[in-house]
Structure formats: structure tokens, C-alpha cells
Design a protein around this ligand. Structure first.
Ligand code: ACO
Length: 402
């Protein structure tokens, strides 16, 4: 379609656009998507190049600052983030007070929101140095918090960060290590998780990012804004699809593993059954992230010596879909979620951790979008209009007459 850049001020006309299908909420220089061609770029760099060559913190720097860091800038940034990964002892106590079995996304958003109470010096949204501090603190503590979310759900003791390790490597150690025992994560797993976090790092104005922007537009601080983003991501229509894919694959397997039979049910729209992990509002072509994830799924499973029947099943479903008119005519291709759950499962994560991992990856994007918005002179408080369809004016009726 044609994108018309218009600023309508004080217009008398209001359009209703459910789901904001045709409404651009901002101008942005961060992420470019061409859904028809299957293209995704961060700050102009193709996702395929970043996911193969850069590290997660390097991409975080790129998204937030707009340019790739020099080696000196990257090591200073990594060091600063690493130095802040430790959380206050009272915060550890706070993390330990959530009930076991509590929703991990509720724990995660509460934790990020609560962080602001420990760092009151980092709340001014208009002071450059303060925003920089909040950025580093959030990136650093989210790593620790995500591992604590996992351990809290298992009732396991929380570990301290190890400054000598990299961002992803130490996240894996804090998540999976047995206290007082040596833990060396498999380098293949470290690289694969680093890559998955990069693939999730930004996706322009999706539901959670738009939420972060709208909360920030009231000049709420960065913690409050990204905590709201986590809540938006917790919904199954947004962050929960990878979990749904794994559930679907397990159910097909439990019912005899017949991919063709399942696809017939999907095409006949029996009980509204859908091929989870397929289709996307924006991509009408192969999601470029899915192509990368598919390769990684094979590499990780092979390296871990895990032969997962569910991966074969997923590939069987994809093969059918790519040559079936139902899917081809509707432009339904695998999205990023189709293979991610299989990799997370092989790495040892429970399905309830899949969405927190998405949030860990998306954090740089939320921060970059919030910062861009705060500096944009066009920004106004987010305040959509409505078309009122309720009762016309009527008089109050006293309780005794109702
Ligand atoms: N399986 C079977 N049919 C599908 C699927 C699917 N996964 N997705 C869409 N269709 C069909 C619809 O039934 C509809 O058919 P019709 O024209 O005969 O009525 C047509 O394709 C268009 O579908 P819509 O639902 O209108 O497309 P929309 O853009 O609104 O939805 C969505 C996109 C929600 C992603 C959808 O494709 C879907 O439900 N997919 C499965 C869930 C999923 O994987 N979500 C993850 C999205 S990626 C992310 O959030 C990171």
C-alpha cells in the first residue's frame, strides 16, 4: 500500500480503526519491515546479517543508539551492563515472596516495576544521563530477574551473577546451575540463545511496543513503561504463541502423529483449529526470523544429541503447508514462533518460560522505542478518540424508584 505521511491537527473528522490496522502512531528510524517481501532490518541492517554475526548486547546498542558500536564502545557498554547485574538483597527477598506457580509474566512485570523503587536516581525521563543509567540498569537486571523467574517457579535458591561471564552465558548459568557446583553452558546453546534474543529484539509498533510508547507518552518513567510492555506481551495472541505450538505438536503426537489428518482438520476449520505458529498480520511471506530459527533448531538439537520427534513433525506440517493451496492462497507461512519452542525445550526451559525469554529479548527494542519517542518533538500524550454509541442524555432515577 501507499503510505501517506500527514499530520492532521484539530481535524473535525474522526476515523474508527479497530486494531490500528491503518493508523501509524509515530515516525520511527529503528526497525523496517516489508511483510510482502519478508524483510526485517534493525537500523538498516538485515536481520540475517545481525543474527549470524553480532551479539545480543551489540544489537541492543545498535537499536538504542542507532549505530553499531566500535570495539571500545561495545566493551565499555558490556562492562557497564555486567557491573549492574547484581540486585539488592531486599530485591532478592522480594523475588522470593511470589507464590510458587505464580504466572511468570506477572512476576516479571512486577519485578521490573518494583526495580524503580530501588533506583530513584534513575527516573527522570528527560535527563540524558539518567535515561542512560536506567537503560543499563534495566538491561542488566532483566537478565538476573528472568533467571530468578525460572528459579522461583521451581522453588530453587537464587544465584548471584558472575561478572566474568558474558550476558547470555551467565543468564544460562544463573538459570540452570546447581548451587556450589561448576556449570559450563554448551557454547552451541549460548550462541543459539544469543541469536534468538537478537531475533526478538524489536519488531516496530506491535502490541507491547505500542503499549510502552503510550505509557511513556504520559511521561511515565522507563521502568513503568517497559513493565506495561511485559503485561501486553503476556497475552496469548502476542507472546504466547510459541507455547501453543509446542502444545499443538504434543497433541498431534499423542493422537497418533498423523500430520496429514491434522492439516485436513485445519483446512476444514474443524472446531476453529489453526496451525499454530503459522500466519502473521504483517508477513505475507516466510517470516525471515523463522528461516533462521529453523536452521538453529537443527543445530541445537544435533549438538545436544536430542532427537526430537516433534521437530520432524513440525517440518512435516510445514512441508504440507508450503505446497497446499489453502495455505499458499492465504499467504500463510511459518512465523518466528513455529520453531522457537522446540529449541527452548531442548535447552531445558519449561513452556512457561518461553514468554519471559521473549521479554528478555524484546527489552532493547522497548527501550529504544521509548527513548526515540521521548526525544521526538512530534510526541504528544497518546489519547485516541472514540465514537460514542451509548445512551443519549437521560435523568438520574433515585434508588427508591428503581
Ligand atoms: N491456520 C489456519 N488458518 C489460518 C491461520 C492458521 N495459523 N492463520 C490464518 N488463517 C486463515 C484464517 O482462517 C483466514 O481464512 P479465511 O480467509 O478463510 O477466513 C485467513 O487465513 C486470514 O486470517 P486472519 O485471522 O484474518 O489473519 P490475521 O492477520 O488477523 O491473523 C494471526 C494473524 C493472528 C497471526 C493468525 O495467522 C493466527 O492466528 N496464527 C496462529 C497463531 C500464531 O502463530 N500467532 C503468532 C503470531 S507471531 C507473534 O506474535 C510473534
Amino acid at each position: 500500500g501507499v503510505v501517506v505521511s500527514t499530520l492532521l491537527r484539530d481535524t473535525g473528522m474522526v476515523t474508527v480503526d479497530p486494531g490500528f490496522m491503518n493508523t501509524a502512531s509515530c515516525e520511527s528510524q529503528i526497525t523496517y519491515i516489508d511483510g510482502d517481501a519478508g524483510i526485517l532490518r534493525y537500523r538498516g541492517y538485515p536481520i540475517e546479517q545481525l543474527a549470524g554475526k553480532a551479539t545480543f548486547l551489540e544489537v541492543a546498542y545498535l537499536l538504542i543508539k542507532g549505530e553499531l558500536p566500535t570495539p571500545a564502545e561495545l566493551s565499555a557498554f558490556e562492562e557497564r551492563v555486567n557491573r549492574h547485574t547484581l540486585v539488592h538483597e531486599d530485591f532478592r527477598t522480594f523475588m522470593g515472596t511470589f507464590p510458587r506457580g505464580g504466572h511468570p509474566m506477572a512476576i516479571m512485570s512486577s519485578a521490573i516495576n518494583a526495580l524503580s523503587t530501588f533506583y530513584p536516581e534513575s527516573l527522570d525521563p528527560f535527563d540524558e544521563e539518567t535515561v542512560e543509567l536506567a537503560t543499563v540498569l534495566i538491561l542488566a537486571k532483566t537478565r538476573t530477574i528472568t533467571s530468578y523467574v525460572h528459579r522461583t517457579s521451581k522453588g530453587e535458591p537464587l544465584l548471584y551473577p558472575d561478572y566474568s561471564r558474558g550476558y547470555v552465558e551467565d543468564f544460562l548459568r544463573m538459570t540452570f546451575a546447581v548451587p556450589y557446583q561448576q556449570y559450563e553452558p554448551d557454547p552451541v546453546v549460548v550462541d543459539a540463545l544469543d541469536q534468538l534474543l537478537i531475533l526478538h529484539a524489536d519488531h516496530e509498533q506491535n502490541c507491547s511496543t505500542s503499549t510502552v510508547r503510550i505509557v511513556g507518552s504520559s511521561h511515565a518513567n522507563l521502568y513503568a513503561s517497559v513493565a506495561a510492555g511485559i503485561n501486553a506481551l503476556s497475552g496469548p495472541l502476542h507472546g504466547g504463541a510459541n507455547e501453543a505450538v509446542l502444545k499443538m505438536l504434543s497433541e498431534i503426537k499423542a493422537n497418533g502423529g498423523d500430520a496429514t489428518e491434522f492439516m485436513t482438520r485445519v483446512k476444514n476449520k474443524e472446531d476453529g483449529v489453526r496451525l499454530m505458529g503459522f500466519g502473521h498480520r504483517v508477513y505475507k511471506n516466510y517470516d525471515p526470523r523463522a528461516a533462521i530459527v529453523k536452521k538453529s533448531a537443527h543445530a541445537v538439537l544435533a549438538a545436544l544429541g536430542k532427537d526430537d520427534e516433534l521437530l520432524d513433525l513440525a517440518m512435516g506440517l510445514e512441508e504440507i503447508a508450503l505446497s497446499d493451496d489453502y495455505f499458499v492462497s492465504r499467504k500463510l507461512y511459518p512465523n518466528v514462533d513455529f520453531y522457537t519452542g522446540l529449541i527452548y525445550k531442548a535447552m531445558g526451559f519449561d513452556p512457561s518460560m518461553f514468554t519471559p525469554l521473549f521479554a528478555l529479548g524484546r527489552m532493547p527494542g522497548w527501550i529504544a522505542q521509548w527513548r526515540e519517542m521521548m526525544l521526538d518533538p512530534q510526541t504528544k500524550i497518546g489519547r485516541p478518540r472514540q465514537i460514542y454509541t451509548g445512551a443519549v442524555e437521560r435523568d438520574y432515577v433515585g434508588l427508591d424508584l428503581r
